[in-house]
Design a protein around this ligand. Structure first.
Ligand code: AMP
Ligand code: ZN
Length: 431
């Protein structure tokens, strides 16, 4: 096939099925070498050697985020920790939740997958690429970075924020492709407008956008502001990071690289597969991972398989844009946050009362989080300085926990809506 990054990219359906079968068989046996899976498979009554075909997949137990937490820090490793060369964690976690380890082989496979995505949307070795997502534990930094270098691009690790510097780098180095979180792309668009900076000064042709849910309208707006093509990029740290599913030039759904990831879409309540075209929870098995394979991992992301073949000729099945979450996780500025983290942080502060509410707002194109916190009567004093000190103590405690800045409103006891039954903790005013 012409213009492919690698052979696997244009595998026929029967080639994909064959490679999935072989890899599933061996990945289950490899996983069973970890203390966690040895136990997990035994508990489910599954002999790893009995998994011989793709039909056996549904006999395997699911793996959940809770399992990852329980296996923390390293009970899912198939080899000694000394064989690992890197670790990452899910964005927004302070480290103790979902940690993923990589061997050198894992990093090489990952870089190849990301490079494959980039190549698919027209990036080549002569492109100059600016990665505008945060580095550190978040996989959108180094994951995308090594993919671009693997492709041979001159790669600028700009990191997140600092709009003026981003623009200077983009202009001075004639950057032709970028990776950027959609909400930040929109925000930067506003900055450009305010500065009276003409977007014509930029030469960016391609934007990879991902890490948070966004609509088709937002994509179109990003494309118009910068005069480029924007492609949806899906990944999660549990599956290495970016490079799991990616749009092709057709921009109609994201191909899941099925030689590396075995996807299923299941009913989030029953765990049973839903028919193609119906929305359910995406479940993925890693087919290549060496250090820390994951079997039937419940991503909690809601999507559907798009029926029919893609005009691009690739047979890797496509998923629709992510429609939402099967749990209460929220994503702000590309960072994952669970309301429970907010609650845990608040409850360490003695002045905090019974109730709180998280309000998600949009200011311009940027998402903001406001936390309204009830204060116990005895601490709700008239001295502003005392209240301001309390407010900033709560803000910094929250920042330590969820890694983003939030606004804190102190309110009197019993002033927040006290719903009967399940508390309505999150009020989303962003749409
Ligand atoms: P992390 O593990 O921090 O990389 O976060 C992964 C999560 O971010 C996924 O499970 C999704 O909920 C979300 N996510 C990543 N990419 C996208 C995307 N293109 N569209 C919507 N949500 C995304
Ligand atoms: Zn396609």
């Amino acid at each position: 096939m012409t213009n492919a990054y690698c052979q696997e990219e244009f595998f026929s359906r029967s080639q994909l099925d064959a490679v999935q079968r072989t890899r599933l068989t061996s990945i289950v046996q490899r996983a069973a070498q970890s203390p966690f899976y040895a136990e997990h498979l035994a508990q489910a009554g599954v002999d790893p050697l009995s998994i011989q075909s793709l039909d056996d997949l549904t006999r395997l137990p699911f793996t959940t985020k809770d399992d990852l937490r329980q296996a923390y820090p390293n009970r899912m490793l198939t080899r000694p920790v000394t064989d690992m060369v890197r670790l990452h964690a899910s964005s927004g976690t302070t480290g103790s939740a979902t940690v993923i380890y990589y061997t050198q082989n894992d990093l090489d496979c990952w870089a190849d997958l990301v490079a494959r995505c980039m190549h698919m949307v027209g990036m080549r070795a002569d492109d100059t690429f600016q990665n505008m997502s945060g580095y550190g534990l978040f996989t959108g930094g180094l994951g995308i970075h090594y993919g671009a270098e693997r492709l041979g691009c001159l790669t600028i690790p700009a990191g997140a924020g600092n709009s003026k510097r981003q623009l200077k780098l983009l202009e001075d180095f004639h950057v032709s492709a970028i990776h950027i979180i959609p909400s930040y792309a929109l925000h930067l668009g506003t900055v450009i407008e305010q500065m009276g900076f003409s977007p014509d000064r930029l030469k960016v042709r391609i934007a990879l956008i991902g890490a948070e849910p966004h609509t088709e309208a937002i994509r179109r707006r990003i494309e118009e502001v910068y005069g480029l093509k924007a492609y949806n990029s899906y990944g999660l740290s549990e599956m290495n990071g970016p490079g799991v599913a990616f749009e092709c030039l057709e921009q109609n759904g994201m191909h899941v690289w099925e030689d590396a990831y075995l996807p299923e879409v299941v009913d989030p309540d029953t765990g049973q597969p839903v028919p193609d075209g119906e929305i359910g929870e995406l479940v993925i098995t890693t087919l290549c991972r060496e250090g820390m394979p994951l079997i039937r991992y419940r991503t909690k992301d809601l999507t559907r398989f798009l029926p029919g073949a893609c005009p691009c000729g690739r047979m890797h099945r496509r998923i629709d844009r992510i429609k939402g979450r099967a749990d209460d996780m929220i994503i702000i500025k590309g960072v994952n946050i669970y309301p429970m983290q907010v609650e845990q942080a608040l409850m360490t502060i003695p002045e905090v009362g019974q109730n709180y509410q998280i309000v998600l707002e949009r200011e311009g194109y940027l998402d903001q989080m406001r936390v309204k916190v009830e204060i116990k009567n005895e601490f709700f004093v008239e001295d502003m300085r005392v209240l301001q000190a309390l407010q900033s103590r709560i803000s910094s405690r929250l920042r330590d926990e969820i890694l983003i800045s939030v606004r804190v409103d102190l309110v009197e006891s019993n002033s927040l809506p006290n719903s009967e039954g399940k508390a309505q903790r999150v009020l989303d005013l962003r749409e």
